[in-house]
Design a protein around this ligand. Structure first.
Ligand SMILES: NC(=O)c1ccc[n+]([C@@H]2O[C@H](COP(=O)([O-])OP(=O)(O)OC[C@H]3O[C@@H](n4cnc5c(N)ncnc54)[C@H](OP(=O)(O)O)[C@@H]3O)[C@@H](O)[C@H]2O)c1
Length: 302
């Protein structure tokens, strides 16, 4: 596997630390990012730069992508100039972004036509778990390709699940993020009520974290919440995007998702009130404002 040339598309908050892990594991990596300047830290670590995604499609054996959303996948994979327009049959294309099942089906159809093995491998975790290789990876698509790429995926994630041949990974990723987002909303409501009752801020976070509702999610958010550090690991805008994926998938299947729908309204209010680029756990600051418990703005906008 070490000798296979690997391509990587998308060096954002997640893509950069993930690609760096492959380099650190000794793999040969050629990277592409829409804004080329963002690739520099990877080039400093020994990666090569591709000036188009099609270079990767022609020259790499395996190409990963980690980009924002459906539009980004459309651009890098399906549009003219995209990966699947001119690529080598036999390429393994692994998309790790969080995108809709509907868009993923379109990529699957285009990949099939080109003889490309397309793995869906969205991840659960954060920028810190990405840097530590501790992501949870949900995979679906051709099983052979999954097994072939396991050593690479194991450099990125600690828990790996193979879920089936089609869009299973897309659905489960969205389902988990619904729960992550609604947890932030519920935590926000719990915190403002206790705040109103004059429970000390850091103490209530510690107690909630150690209570029956403690979870790995709350554990890695606890310190950040306690210090009111809302620097984004995953922004409110990104969570709104994932809620829209859930609501659209639910609508397409007539599956009611009322809690997600209500929380999505408040994510909209976060964006409208200037909190869109804060971490989604800054939800509590919106509720503080709405309940008259507002904190000085400088403490939340770091
Ligand atoms: N952050 C997290 O904690 C987290 C956790 C799990 C999953 N995810 C998912 O991982 C994916 C990436 O998230 P991130 O936090 O790394 O986002 P990010 O920091 O905003 O990076 C987005 C990446 O996508 C590229 N991109 C966006 N639109 C594009 C387009 N139209 N054409 C080509 N490239 C485009 C960006 O290129 P430029 O640099 O040129 O803008 C950048 O490389 C998302 O689907 C997100 O939902 C994130």
């Amino acid at each position: 596997m070490n000798s296979a040339r690997i391509g990587w598309i998308g060096l954002g908050k997640m893509g950069a630390p993930m690609a760096a892990r492959l380099l650190d594991a000794g793999h040969t990596l050629t990277v592409y990012n829409r804004s080329a300047a963002r690739a520099q830290p990877l080039l400093d670590k020994g990666a090569e730069l591709a000036d188009s995604v099609q270079v990767l499609g022609r020259e790499a054996a395996i190409v990963f992508s980690m980009v924002s959303d459906d539009d980004a996948i459309q651009g890098i994979a399906l549009d003219a100039g995209g990966l699947l327009e001119a690529t080598r049959p036999g390429l393994v294309f692994i998309d790790m972004s969080t995108i809709s099942p509907a868009m993923s089906e379109r990529v699957a159809a285009a990949a099939r036509e080109k003889g490309v093995h397309y793995l869906r491998a969205p991840v659960s975790g954060s920028t810190t778990t990405a840097a530590a290789g501790m992501l949870t990876i949900l995979a679906s698509g051709p099983r052979d390709a999954y097994e072939q790429c396991l050593p690479l995926l194991q450099a990125l994630g600690k828990k790996l699940y193979y879920l089936g041949e089609a869009e299973q990974a897309r659905y489960l990723k969205i389902a988990i993020n619904m729960m992550v987002g609604v947890t932030a909303a519920m935590m926000g409501e719990a915190l403002i009520l206790a705040e109103h009752g004059k429970v000390e801020w850091a103490q209530m976070i510690e107690v909630i974290n150690n209570s029956v509702v403690g979870s790995p999610l709350l554990a890695y958010k606890a310190e950040l919440l306690a210090t009111r550090n809302f620097a984004p690991m995953f922004t409110a805008v990104q969570m709104a995007k994932d809620f829209d994926l859930a609501l659209n998938a639910g609508r397409n299947a007539n599956v009611p998702l009322p809690l997600v729908a209500i929380s999505r309204q408040f994510l909209g209010a976060m964006i409208a009130s200037g909190r869109g680029e804060l971490d989604f756990f800054a939800y509590v600051t919106l509720l503080e404002e709405l309940s008259g418990l507002g904190r000085p703005a400088d403490r939340e906008r770091n």
